[in-house]
Design a binder for this molecule. Structure first.
Ligand SMILES: [Ca+2]
Length: 108
């Protein structure tokens, strides 16, 4: 019984300890995953033309401009090339062409 009581007491402490340790390390990963899921959902909702190759505005592909923001609140950018739509988020740093950019391509 004493062992059971000790376990009951220790479990929440262990959970808080592990939780605090993981939070800082996984914060950016979570926002990256949120952005990737959003980009997939946006592509599913979009229409695919016909329109010219090049940068594409959200309304052009049937999306609401205010919905097209990444998890950091910055605009998601669309570029059409042939039957490929390249969708880019600038990532956590908000700077273009850096390692944390999220670039996803979809073809149809
Ligand atoms: Ca970046």
């Amino acid at each position: 019984m004493k062992m059971f009581a000790r376990t009951l007491f220790a479990l929440p402490l262990f959970a808080v300890f592990v939780g605090c340790g993981m939070e800082a390390g996984t914060m950016e990963v979570n926002l990256e995953n949120v952005t990737k899921a959003k980009i997939r959902a946006l592509f599913d909702q979009s229409n695919r033309g016909p329109f010219a190759d090049g940068p594409v505005g959200a309304p052009e592909i049937g999306l609401n401009e205010t919905d097209c923001q990444d998890a950091w609140g910055r605009p998601i950018v669309f570029l059409k090339q042939g039957n490929v739509l390249r969708v880019t988020s600038l990532g956590a740093d908000g700077v273009t062409a850096t390692q944390d950019d999220i670039i996803m391509t979809f073809s149809w």
